[in-house]
Design a binder for this molecule. Structure first.
Ligand code: GLV
Length: 367
């Protein structure tokens, strides 16, 4: 599919990221909405992620000199204008015909990072090509789901390297899919027009569809696979989807370049703790050896500031990307990113924080 930028109008009355949810839902059929938006099981983790940010208070310092304040951070040898990346979200053409091309363009225009899913509905080469020359764009990373055939996994990594991706983000919290009850209730099926474009060159995976749970878990990656991946690619390997501080230490040991504290937006194992609860413990365990990122329920600039005060270097947003994309294509996603950055700047000024490389932990007050 070729990219035709759609300058879709923004829906009226959008003042914050969450305002995109209702217009997006209204434009999306219920089964697709369930796939894109629902958490696993009883959605306890999905709700907990959000609530945990709300429970943290910001305790501002007043009369601080604010000259020279900046939202920039350093991450893996690169300066990011703003510590925000779009999370890897599969099959974005379900939300909007421009799919990942729209969201990657929007991220580039706003200086945000972009993480392309293995299950992207647009091929990784096309996305990289589309944003390659955008000046001021944030980092472009490729999210890897190891495939049943190790040769296919290797080829995906090779293609990502060739296309100019700057890191491999290995998802480690999804050896199998969680209890996607909302999808089953609504009978979601991927429409034939939307495909895992990155996987089209390969023969269909023999385990697709019919495999039992135990056949699948036998193929799930382990720590030694991470070590092998670190050795096999010249790109930094980032582990996404850990919560346990000891797993974070192990990530450092095997040579991961960064970790992302994540519970898959509550889409896999329900009742795991909120990411905001585990982030400080992971940051403490990692002790500055590698950067720690976080996702899960980030909706506000104040959430971003809290995440950085808890030890994150940057954050990822997933559902708001889907909502803004569904409601207004590339324009919506760019607008949502701009809102988040404006809110972050305002939160920094109002709390007396000038430098996101060193956010004062004393800024936070837990209940
Ligand atoms: C894929 O990673 C999903 O959460 O559906």
């Amino acid at each position: 599919m070729s990219f035709v930028p759609q300058l879709n109008a923004l829906p009226a009355g959008i003042a914050a990221l969450a305002d995109y949810e209702d217009p997006a839902r209204a434009l999306t059929d219920p089964a697709t909405w369930a796939y894109l938006n629902a958490g696993a099981g009883d959605e306890i983790t999905a709700r907990a992620n959000r609530a945990a940010w709300d429970r943290l208070g910001l305790l501002p310092r007043v009369l601080q000199p604010l000259a020279g304040a900046s939202t920039a951070v350093e991450l893996l040898g690169r300066k990011l204008p703003c510590p925000v990346l779009l999370a890897p979200v599969a099959y974005q053409q379900l939300a909007h015909p421009d799919g990942e091309l729209a969201s990657a363009h929007a991220a580039a225009a706003q200086g945000a990072g972009f993480v392309l899913s293995t299950q992207s509905s647009v091929a990784l080469e096309a996305v990289a090509q589309a944003v390659r020359l955008e000046s001021g764009r944030g980092p472009l990373w490729f999210q890897l789901y190891p495939q049943p055939d190790a040769g296919v996994t290797r080829d995906l990594v090779r293609r990502a390297e060739l296309a100019g991706y700057e890191a491999i983000v290995l998802t480690v919290d999804a050896p199998v899919q969680g209890a996607r009850d909302a999808q089953r209730r609504t009978g979601f099926r991927l429409p034939p027009a939307v495909r895992a474009a990155n996987l089209q060159p390969y023969p269909a995976a023999p385990l697709d569809g019919s495999a039992g749970l135990l056949e699948r878990v036998a193929l799930a990656p382990t720590w030694s696979d991470v070590e092998a991946l670190v050795d096999a690619t010249r790109l930094p390997v980032i582990l996404k989807g850990l919560l346990h501080p000891e797993d974070a230490r192990e990530a450092v040991r095997v040579g991961a370049a960064a970790v992302i504290v994540s519970n898959h937006g509550g889409r896999n194992l329900d009742t795991t703790p909120a990411t905001a609860r585990m982030l400080p413990r992971v940051a403490q365990a990692v002790a500055g050896d590698i950067p720690v990122l976080v996702d899960g329920g980030i909706r506000r600039g104040t959430d971003v500031l809290k995440a950085l005060a808890l030890g994150a270097r940057a954050v990822l947003v997933g559902r708001p990307l889907v909502w803004a994309l569904a409601a207004a294509g590339a324009l919506g996603v760019a607008h949502a990113l701009r809102l988040l950055r404006d809110e972050l700047e305002s939160a920094m000024a109002l709390s007396g924080c000038v430098n996101l490389q060193r956010v004062c932990g004393g800024l936070l007050l837990a209940d």
